[in-house]
Design a protein around this ligand. Structure first.
Ligand SMILES: Cc1cc2nc3c(=O)[nH]c(=O)nc-3n(C[C@H](O)[C@H](O)[C@H](O)COP(=O)(O)OP(=O)(O)OC[C@H]3O[C@@H](n4cnc5c(N)ncnc54)[C@H](O)[C@@H]3O)c2cc1C
Length: 395
């Protein structure tokens, strides 16, 4: 793979930089830097999404026919890298990068026409209803029941850990439509309007002090069967397809690079301002280790992107990306907390400190606490290792 940019690619990079200089305002960058949660604030993400939609650059990964770009893999990479390095927010992937590929691959023409434009415009804000009490790693044991009743299903049960369910107007759900075969064969993929009578959302507050996740209850919820994606009882394969995009559908390396750059700045600042700051070189060694692993992640992402650019899906290799993205992010979070030392205590929301200070260091401790969950959500690290062993290495 040739990693040197061509003349045209350098010109494209210049165009992206110019666009960002004009549209990525300092308040967007500051609000993004202050974020300590898995996703930035909904309003911030939708604001940036609207700016990108107007330019035609919101979903480079989508086919042109649905509003994507005809960019080469290198252009997609350059765009993503420039956005993150400039401090742009990440768009919320739930609809754009997780549900949309499933609708494009398995949805009917009516479903594509109905949902894709609303996902792109931000009119629909989606959440993911996969996990349940007792069904996380062992997802196939899920029980949320959908019984056919005329042209509808009647849905009963609950979903757990549903990120942003309290903000979403729609939820894509895995439901149990049959108990008669292997657990994987009785699952269907259903799109549900959160305003449907019988849907209630209960908040779950995390140790980071955030309200991000919820439990969603379904009590005799009537859902039209036309909201089912693909065939009844075949939802397991659509669900796995979506997980590949959740785990490896974008570029994490440039985002982590941005976090590492900020950490470097913090260390430089601490060396200048903090008495007896660690002078053993241990912190620099840990940064160098992260930097080396980050380069390996970047190359792996580019390799998978090249494979996917023909319109395919990321495949089980996406588990390699999820595993290493989280490993590096958490290493940066831990190192940042170590650099803050006792000064970080005033930023601990659990200890009553305020996370709301002007500079981004305010988000260090809340971010550390929030991101502990990254090794669980989207499939735990152990589960990713199992997938890599079985599906990638063939062990
Ligand atoms: C912050 C957060 C946000 C989330 N957001 C969503 C969301 O929006 N939508 C959604 O559907 N779900 C969401 N989840 C749920 C998430 O996908 C599950 O928590 C995850 O899949 C683990 O399932 P579990 O919690 O049932 O734990 P369990 O499956 O009970 O796992 C417990 C422990 O056992 C280990 N383990 C389990 N099975 C194996 C195995 N076979 N081999 C080795 N180790 C194993 C796991 O790695 C883990 O350490 C979220 C979770 C969190 C924490």
């Amino acid at each position: 793979m040739d990693l040197n940019f061509t003349e045209q690619e350098r010109q494209f990079q210049h165009d992206v930089r110019q666009f960002l200089a004009e549209h990525l305002t300092p308040d967007i960058v500051e609000d993004t830097a202050r974020n300590s949660s898995v996703f930035v604030e909904k309003d911030l993400a939708l604001h940036w999404q609207a700016i990108l939609v107007e330019k035609g650059w919101a979903v480079p990964q989508w086919p042109v026919a649905h509003g994507g770009t005809d960019w080469t893999p290198a252009q997609k990479y350059i765009f993503s890298r420039e956005c993150y390095l400039a401090g742009a927010p990440m768009l919320i992937p739930l609809g754009l990068l997780m549900l949309a590929p499933v609708i494009m691959a398995f949805g009917s023409e009516e479903q594509k026409a109905e949902y894709l434009p609303k996902i792109l415009s931000g009119e629909h804000y989606w959440c993911q209803g996969y996990s349940e009490p007792g069904a996380g790693s062992d997802l196939a044991s899920l029980k949320l029941k959908a019984e056919a009743d005329g042209d509808d299903y009647i849905v009963n049960g609950s979903k757990l850990w549903t990120t942003h369910a309290h903000l979403a107007d729609h939820i894509f759900c895995l439901v149990r439509t049959s108990n008669s075969e292997r657990p994987q064969q009785g699952i269907s993929f259903l799109l549900v309007d959160m305003d449907s009578p019988g849907v209630t959302v209960e908040p779950i507050l995390t140790m980071a002090g955030d309200h991000e996740v919820n439990q969603v209850f379904f009590d005799d919820v009537r859902v039209p069967q036309k909201n089912r994606i693909g065939e009844e009882n075949k939802g397991w394969s659509y669900a796995k397809y979506l997980l590949e995009f959740e785990r490896g559908g974008g570029f994490s390396a440039p985002r982590i690079q941005h976090e590492l750059d900020r950490l470097r700045n913090m260390v430089e600042e601490a060396i200048k301002t903090v008495d007896n700051f660690d002078e053993s070189g241990e912190i620099e060694r840990r940064i160098a280790r992260i930097d080396i692993d980050l380069k390996a992640l970047e190359i792996t992402e580019l390799r998978i992107l090249s494979a996917v650019s023909g319109g395919g899906n990321p495949g089980p290799e996406s588990s390699i990306l999820k595993l290493n993205t989280v490993r590096l992010e958490q290493a940066i979070n831990e190192l940042a907390v170590d650099v803050m030392g006792y000064r970080g205590l005033s930023m601990n929301p659990v200890a009553g400190g305020s996370p709301y200070r002007e500079d981004f260091t305010a988000s260090v401790v809340p971010r550390y606490l929030n991101n502990r969950a990254a090794s669980i959500f989207g499939g735990s690290q152990e589960v990713q290792r199992n997938i890599i062993a079985k599906m990638v290495l063939g062990l």
